[in-house]
Design a binder for this molecule. Structure first.
Ligand code: ZN
Length: 492
């Protein structure tokens, strides 16, 4: 048996001004190809790692053309997309018995709304009869071409995503059983016209907790081979953004459809619970200041780089400094030029500089606003650490050259690569013990919970500035299908 196993992941925020060239895919500089992809992904906590484990269990020959993963950002540049998809198609063209793809499922390119569907259609033309297993992020925006041109789809069932590896194994095992003649996968998919707010999608919370539990029970009971409910990624102005479901059953199409409808109907009935209610920033910060003890998480959720945020807006940080909150750690401001300035100044130097605000955000009609900050350079790091988990344990994470700037009250982490604070080692690796802080400003929405929820005394959601705003009225939707809830009220 010869298997092609590949990864090509990107969640595209079509409102983001952050560019997505090929170099953005990969820990250092671009994707990994061939044996280097295999070396890096085997035993990793990725879905591709799960695929490799499943394939190695039967001693298959494994071909890994590419492993490409980028933090979310604006549309993928066309030549980056071409390089990545060509490498996968080239490997398929040489002949194989099965294909395992670790995709995100919300990739928009400069020319395509549905990057994954176009890849799968192309693969289907090259290899019409080869079965294809696909692992997707729970934030996939599903298109018909993705389902029509694959054999088995499985999505993550946790958010924060701590079952990525298992998702590869879930999809991979079904395909292996199919190759062994034990099952005949048949898929049903569908969507509802709704754009759940990301801040209301966590699987600790109603209703996604209940939805994912239902999906898992469908698999555990044997009714479904794979059951996946996708909350979708709303910061993509594309036709099929939003909530969808895919159920894979064993040869029974009617059963797959009935289970799919069970998931979709529950989500639709509870759609109001997916709507985020806004609070003005000043009210949130005052509420935070009145709380006793800590750490209190100040969640700067409009500017999460793992949703395409620039990670350099300074509205929340500015509010914290103006209020004079003390014993704060702020993770992080993305500003490679500021890092270089601080490195040149050296450890111990006192520096006044214009921090962050280097990106304009034309899609939401805002210009970048740097914040004038004075502080002491406390620490300089190469920015590398390994995750302690539970999200992607062992994963090598690269913040790029990194500096801790200490204002006396706030320790501001300034980084050179986009990294979401979802693992405590992003601070521990810089000598900051988050448990001893009174406040933690985190640029994140839900993933921070994986690492920091166990130590957080309270959470205050802070409405700042950014292209992953939770205020849909700031986003100009023109391509998404209408009507769609809650942009439109739908009474049925
Ligand atoms: Zn996701």
């Amino acid at each position: 048996m010869r298997f092609v196993i590949a990864m090509m992941m990107h969640e595209t925020n079509t409102f983001s001004p952050v560019r997505t060239p090929l170099a953005r895919f990969g820990t250092h500089d671009g994707p990994l190809f061939g044996p280097a992809a295999y070396q890096a992904m085997r035993g990793s906590s990725s879905a591709m790692g799960g695929f490799i484990e499943v394939a190695e269990a039967i001693d298959a020959e494994i071909v890994t053309p590419i492993a490409a993963d980028s933090p979310p950002s604006g549309p993928v540049e066309d030549d980056a997309y071409r390089t990545m998809t060509d490498s996968i198609c080239e490997a398929v063209r040489k002949g194989c018995d099965a294909i395992f793809l670790d995709l995100h499922g919300a990739m928009v390119t400069q020319s395509l709304e549905d990057g994954e569907g176009a890849l799968l259609s192309r693969i289907r033309q090259i290899a019409p009869d080869v079965p294809i297993a696909v692992a997707l992020d729970m934030h996939a925006n599903l298109y018909p071409a993705m389902v029509d041109n694959s054999t088995v789809i499985a999505g993550y069932q946790t958010y924060p995503h701590i079952d990525i590896y298992d998702t590869g194994k879930r999809a991979g095992r079904v395909l292996m059983d199919m190759l062994a003649g034990k099952v005949k996968p048949t898929m049903a998919w569908g969507q509802r016209p709704m754009l759940p707010h990301v801040m209301r999608q966590g699987t600790d919370d109603f209703p996604n907790h209940e939805l994912q539990t239902m999906a898992r029970q469908m698999e555990e009971s044997g009714e479904a081979l794979c059951a996946s409910l996708f909350v979708g990624f709303p910061h993509a102005d594309i036709r099929d953004a939003g909530l969808s479901a895919v159920v894979v059953a064993d040869g029974d199409e009617a059963s797959a459809e009935a289970l799919r409808d069970k998931l979709l109907n529950f989500a639709w009935r509870e759609r109001e619970a997916f709507v985020y209610r806004l609070e003005p920033l000043a009210d949130s910060l005052e509420r935070a200041a009145r709380l006793e003890g800590g750490p209190v998480v100040l969640l700067d959720h409009y500017d999460n780089c793992a949703s395409g945020g620039t990670m350099d807006t300074t509205t929340v940080l500015g509010g914290i400094l103006r209020m004079g909150l003390e014993n704060v750690a702020a993770f992080a401001i993305f500003d490679p030029a500021a890092v270089q300035e601080l490195v040149r100044a050296g450890i111990g130097a006192e520096v006044t500089l214009a921090l962050g605000g280097k990106f304009d955000m034309p899609a939401i009609g805002l210009r970048g606003e740097p914040l004038k900050v004075t502080g002491q350079v406390k620490l300089i790091s190469n920015g590398l650490y390994r995750n302690r988990g539970p999200a992607s344990p062992g994963l090598l994470t690269d913040m790029g050259p990194t500096v801790v700037l200490d204002t006396g009250k706030v320790e501001i982490v300034v980084i050179s690569r986009h990294v979401e604070p979802m693992d405590m080692n992003c601070l521990l690796s810089l000598g900051i013990d988050p448990a001893q802080k009174r406040f933690l400003m985190l640029k994140s929405r839900v993933h921070w919970r994986a690492g920091f929820k166990p130590i957080a005394k309270a959470t205050i959601e802070c409405a700042g500035t950014g292209v992953c705003t939770s205020d849909y009225s700031q986003l100009k939707f023109s391509r998404v299908r209408r009507p769609i809830y809650p942009l439109d009220l739908i009474n049925e």
